[in-house]
Design a protein around this ligand. Sequence first.
Ligand code: ADP
Length: 191
Amino acid sequence: MRLILMGPPGAGKGTQATYIADHFGVPAISTGDIFRANVSKGTPLGVKAKGYMDAGEYVPDEVTNLMVRDRIDELDAKPGFLLDGYPRTLAQVEELDGMIEFTGHKLDAAVVLTVDDEEIVQRLLARAQSEGRADDTEDVIRRRQQLYAEQTEPLIDVYRKRGILLEVDGMGEVDDVTQRIFDALDVVPES
Ligand code: ADP
């Protein structure tokens, strides 16, 4: 199973990614988590990414693409993977297409969680209190939402045209959203 999970900042992608990936026995690969781990360890990748992340900007494609390529090349991702937070730009879509094509496989589905922007700002501000993420301040959250609308939302149409888009209501209880995602994935034919 090769899946991507999309949705605006705070849509609950990370939480859902873990459940879905466990179900299919594939790794959940979160670009945001990988960047944060590198920032906290102070690796060269982390040093490169930190300024962009703190400002709510996207890390440049060259940096992100290389990181994802390396991660997908690891052994545990051979049977499949769930990408959380990648691709976010049209250039990343092309890059991912190349990576998957190279292995002779295809992308099975692109799941998009739809949520209410205003409610999300409140959710993220609450998360700022509990987790202390540097990019969960109101200004930076709004910038992340704006970038999502400008650069990532257009990807929805790309995957819709390919016939692999699954739009799922991301509002409400975590378990309900998980169930909706599983229901939606059932309609994807086995590959
Ligand atoms: P969010 O919920 O805001 O989308 P993430 O944890 O997915 O949070 O990502 C945090 C930050 O990591 C982003 O704001 C961005 O700076 C960087 N990032 C993550 N994925 C990508 C990507 N595919 N391309 C560019 N930057 C990314």
